[in-house]
Design a protein around this ligand. Sequence first.
Ligand SMILES: [Zn+2]
Length: 107
Amino acid sequence: MNTARKVDWIKIFVTEGLDGDPSRMQFTETDIVATVEEATASGIPVQAHALGDEGAQAAIRAGVRSIEHGSYMTDTTLAIMNGKGVYEPYRDRGRASYVSQATAACS
Ligand SMILES: [Zn+2]
């Protein structure tokens, strides 16, 4: 991980995007945990590109600070996020009126 460039956040592409299979994880949970541990050791928070529910939950368990997109997350996952204070800055599709506790904290 190249932290010498002094980035504010590291984004990991946990799931494929809408041009692929958004439910398919591109990293194992072990990989995500390792990424979060390395970034945290450098004081850098991690955000997860995660559209599917399984990937989002793996990223949350791994300790990411933010889920990007979250297009297919379930209410259960949203509740877990709120309980852990994981940010959800915006969502690509659906639930447009949903504003999570974490989103409110970002504004
Ligand atoms: Zn993304």
